[in-house]
Design a protein around this ligand. Sequence first.
Ligand code: UD1
Length: 364
Amino acid sequence: MLRIINVVGARPNFMKIAPVIDEMRRRSDRIEPLLVHTGQHYDESMSDSFFEDLDIPRPDINLEIGSGSHSEQTARVMIAFEQVLLQHPADWVVVVGDVNSTMAAAIVAAKLNVRIAHVEAGLRSGDRTMPEEINRVVTDALADLLLTPSRDANENLLREGVASEKISFVGNVMIDTLYRNLEKARRSRVLERLNLPPQQFCAMTLHRPSNVDHPKTLAGIINALEAIGERLPIVFPVHPRTRERLEQFNLTERIQKSLLMIEPLGYLDFLQLYSNSRLVLTDSGGIQEETTVLGIPCLTLRPNTERPITVLEGTNRLVGNTPEVIAREAFAALDRPAGAARVPELWDGHAAARIVDAIEEASR
Ligand code: UD1
């Protein structure tokens, strides 16, 4: 029996673990999975609603570490997860993505000599001012099995000296979740609730520290949004971090005038929303991939991306956070017909099966 501890912490982890847990449960004659939630995200709208929407089993253990500075958060996960790992001997710890919980759990597992499998290994933005880049580099340096979503990730890892036997190109597991839930999402009434006809609005998400933590930058982005909003309404489910910053910089009232601000949406509602939008504006990692698969034009408000395939093959364009560039590119995108979707290699809905195959294979 393989004992596997799966760790999640923050919103973008949940859609990655869902199909993996599912696949492990299907192999319950050989695999005994445990699910640990670090509690990095804890609001109903940032956490619980994803477990419900995606039918993820309740976590076996919740570490309830909550918010804090990066070091505080990482340290709290490490202290709490070490106890879990001491009490529940495991053959593997599976970590996903690039959030603080991912790196923290990987360090603990490495120190206790438990093998680590990293789902979504090898992505690099090359930008170490981005907290996630540090998490990616550290997690990959410690991982024993590096499960990559695209071939560029393999190249990054090989360049960093990772042995090729440890790397397995499995494809993009987020897309497993997307395909599995598309039909269900069509039953969401979110468009009716917000009174938005399909294709007649833009959807936006924004929460990166580089965009929302500096008043000048955030105000500049709002300038661009005001201009775009005159042409098509922009719906903005607001991340709690961004809501706090808008309040702190006295920008809430201004932004409310030109954007439709709503609470963060669950997985199914959000999928129904952006998949029916004319254009997506975002600084998220996963949304760049999801819009690529669905062929929805996407502008990423960042100077770089760890997911270059979404630009090379998909619908994504990097526009940074200069107001004039954001507005110009948005208008250009709205003037262009929305082009066909081109789905990258192995973003086929079967990544989870390949992930669990690779873990079983590496255990022999
Ligand atoms: C984290 C991830 C980021 C991911 C994002 C998705 C890291 C370094 N960052 O960023 O990669 O894209 O999640 O959402 O791990 N808060 C709440 N309720 C919650 C969670 C957070 O109110 O349930 C507020 C708190 O004020 C907190 C702030 O949001 O301080 C930031 O949360 P944190 O987990 O530190 O990082 P995110 O910005 O969410």
